[in-house]
Design a protein around this ligand. Structure first.
Ligand code: HPA
Ligand code: ZN
Length: 333
């Protein structure tokens, strides 16, 4: 182990941009597909991994939704989430605020309750077994009709205490945040915190919309915000955290090279930026691999790396007491 990877693995971290369905490794995907009698176009684990070459967000989403179809019963969702929490804890993630996509399951006939019961049970057991704290965020698929998001919110109310927030993901271009203003307003009235993928593949205007119409407490990806100086100033002044996912953004070709991912630029501008893994089963690395890739490519100092892990706790929706405790722990490393 190099000095750098040793240092990164020792640091306590929060992971704030992680899709549970994106942690479905080919091994589990094929095993579940076989058990559930689902046909997938992969002959082997290697065959599946070889298919994971993307040219844009949509080409990734196509395989992501295909993989998801192997998950059917509550135990499948438990196994998926528990495996992620176990892996994350092994990389010193102490707090994970994770997304799931209810509509990716309900639209193919799997009950909302089946999904959330499995995930919730995994979160509770993982906290017991590994001491990792979890927050669950349900994301609306922005390329589905608003009425479907409204139905999903309705279904979630029965499990209100298990779900911390609402998010917005899937195909961004052509599906601006303003489309979801009313359903986010309703979610806010019910006490859900709001986040949204914005400026991932769409222009800075979508980030403004997420702030103005959805009142987001955090921005996911946000790469296109740098096109608009006044937006950057707004994000800095209002201390709106931004979650970046370096390996993902290169895998879907937003950036040619990991050194182009604007993590250092964000730090230098005073943005509260964190590093996250997004869909690690598809993009070639969990959180530590993302930290390592960026730290190496951008020549980050140990103090800058520490700053990012402190940012991750600061950006989380954990209690102030826990945030302060872990930020102090980072300083002890
Ligand atoms: N962007 C949009 N939709 C997604 C993503 C993402 O990073 N991961 C899973 N669904
Ligand atoms: Zn994402």
């Amino acid at each position: 182990m190099t000095n750098l990877s040793d240092f990164i693995s020792k640091l306590p971290k929060a992971e704030l941009h992680l899709h549970l369905e994106g942690t479905l490794e080919p091994e589990m995907m094929l095993e579940k597909a076989k058990k559930n009698g689902i046909k997938l176009p992969y002959k082997s684990i290697e065959d599946a991994r070889n298919a994971y070459r993307f040219k844009d967000l949509q080409s990734f989403l196509d395989l992501y939704y295909l993989g998801v179809s192997s998950l059917v019963d509550e135990q499948d969702f438990f196994d998926l989430a528990y495996a992620y929490f176990k892996k994350a804890a092994s990389q010193n993630v102490r707090r994970a605020e994770v997304f799931f996509d209810p509509q990716a399951h309900t639209r193919r006939g799997v009950d909302f309750g089946t999904v959330i019961k499995g995930i919730h049970r995994a979160a509770v057991k993982a906290e017991d077994d590994f001491g990792i704290s979890a927050g669950i965020i349900m994301s609306f698929l922005r390329d589905m009709p608003v009425s479907s998001a409204e139905e999903t919110l309705e279904q979630a109310l029965q499990y209100r205490s298990w779900i911390m927030g609402v998010g917005l993901d899937s195909k961004e271009l052509g599906n601006p945040p303003s489309k979801f203003e009313n359903v986010f307003k309703r979610a806010s009235d019910e006490g859900f915190i709001a986040v949204a993928h914005a400026g991932e593949e769409a222009p800075a205007e979508y980030v403004w919309e997420a702030i103005k119409f959805l009142k987001v407490a955090r921005i996911d990806h946000g790469y296109h915000m740098f096109e608009d100086q006044s937006l950057v100033i707004y994000v800095v002044h209002n201390r709106i955290p931004v979650t970046m996912c370096p390996l993902a953004s290169v895998a879907v070709e937003y950036f040619k090279d990991i050194k182009d991912v604007p993590v250092k630029k964000a730090i230098d501008l005073g943005i509260i930026v964190s590093i996250n893994s997004d869909d690690p089963a598809y993009f070639g690395g969990y959180i530590n691999e993302n930290y390592e890739a960026v730290a190496e490519a951008l020549n980050l100092t140990f103090s800058e790396i520490k700053q990012i892990t402190k940012n991750s706790f600061l950006s989380s929706f954990w209690s102030d007491k826990e945030k302060e405790k872990y930020i102090a722990n980072v300083d002890k490393i």
